[in-house]
Design a protein. Structure first.
Length: 403
């Protein structure tokens, strides 16, 4: 398939994004406008300046990559701004043929004197729902041939919290000033899950929990109680693991946090990233872990561009561990991570995967369909099955058209 035909095919097929951060996916003009209205200082007030100084094609390391979040979160502190950001985010996905998205963010970053956790989630849902209704009404007019746009929300807990990262966390740390830093972080995660149980039961599509933030030095099992609570209340679970630390982190995500999916999983195969002295046979440990992930169909949310940007030592995209994931026939889905910070789209990530890893037509289809099948769809099981069936039918129609 030539380059033009491939782009047309990717544009036509139904796509999903299961790992995308709302606060990493603002439109840059919107960020600049809201910053002016909210008295938030930016390094530049032009699009070109923001792309040169903040949202770059390449980054030095993870801290450099993350600096943009401080600006985006700062303008997402009112109901109106959250609704607008969510609305535009939904349409940015719809406009490139993304049918289903699980947008994730940390609600506690947006709690302030104007908004409770419930207000934060309600504001984001208003924006997403407005875009969803606008698009789906058009789909209905065409006879429902195209899959409708659907979404779910994944609430992010933070591996560690520090002074100054958010008003909510500052107050939380003050109230728990006699507890250790790890204990305070764990309590904040537990509190988030309690809040999400309430919000979900109010009817909002909270479909799962995530654990984000600095991975090295902040083990997942610190948050075991929070994830156990989520597990007992029928939440799906995903965990950032293997992005900045190795197989041990992934092992904890699966065994202590009941992970249904893994965010990134890049270092799954890296023996040199294992530091636990009790793991004497690193090769055997990784082999058994990989086999377990494969057998249980624990899906890895692969973010190619993001990994290249946060870890420049990878060098060439062909060196990415996605190649080994394919060789071991792991369940994978291609995601953006952050549309703005990584200057990417689902379509671009798929093209990178296809071109750099020589994916067969069967591998492309599996990667797309696995995403929908392993999604945390907010509907009933039967509703999800019907939706996935529609996705498969639409995909196969595109195959017949272009292949």
């Amino acid at each position: 398939m030539n380059k033009k035909k491939l782009s047309q095919f990717i544009r036509e097929i139904p796509k999903c994004d299961l790992h995308v951060h709302l606060d990493g996916s603002l439109r840059v003009p919107t960020l600049i406008e809201l910053a002016g209205e909210s008295n938030v200082n930016l390094p530049s007030y032009t699009e070109q300046g923001m792309y040169e100084k903040v949202f770059k094609g390449t980054y030095k390391d993870l801290p450099d990559y993350l600096q943009g979040f401080s600006y985006s979160i700062s303008v997402m502190q009112t109901p109106e701004n959250l609704e607008r950001v969510a609305y535009e985010f939904a349409w940015d996905n719809i406009n490139e043929g993304v049918c289903y998205v699980e947008v994730r963010f940390a609600p506690q970053f947006h709690v302030n004197r104007y908004m409770t956790v419930e207000d934060v989630v309600a504001s984001v849902c208003r924006g997403l729902d407005r875009a969803k209704k606008e698009y789906n009404s058009g789909v209905s007019v065409t006879g429902g041939k195209k899959p409708e746009f659907e979404y779910g929300i994944i609430a992010c807990a933070m591996r560690a919290i520090f002074p100054g990262i958010a008003d909510y966390f500052d107050k939380f740390m003050l109230v728990h000033s006699y507890s250790s830093a790890s204990r305070v972080g764990a309590l904040a995660s537990y509190e988030l899950v309690l809040a999400m149980i309430k919000v979900r039961d109010m009817g909002y599509p909270i479909v799962g929990c995530d654990l984000a933030g600095a991975e090295y030095g902040f083990p997942a099992n610190d948050h075991k109680d929070a994830y156990s609570l989520a597990h007992r209340n029928f939440f799906k679970k995903t965990v950032h693991a293997g992005e900045a630390f190795g197989a041990e982190s992934i092992f904890q995500a699966i065994t202590d946090l009941y992970a249904d999916r893994l965010g990134h999983g890049y270092y799954l195969f890296s023996e040199d990233m294992i530091t636990d002295p009790q793991i004497t046979d690193k090769k055997d440990f990784i082999s058994k872990l990989v086999q377990y992930i494969a057998d249980r169909r624990i899906t890895i949310e692969v973010c190619l561009t993001s990994n290249m940007q946060t870890n420049p030592a990878i060098g060439s995209l062909e060196n990415h561990s996605f190649k080994k994931m394919l060789e071991h026939k792991l369940s994978t889905t291609i995601c953006t991570d952050n549309r703005t910070v990584s200057m990417t789209t689902v379509s671009r990530e798929l093209e990178l995967a296809i071109n750099h890893f020589n994916l067969t037509q069967s591998q492309i289809k599996n990667c797309i369909i696995y995403g929908f099948k392993r999604s945390f769809h907010p509907g009933t099981y039967n509703e999800k099955r019907s939706y996935v069936r529609k996705i498969i039918d639409f995909y196969e129609e595109a195959e017949r058209k272009f292949l």
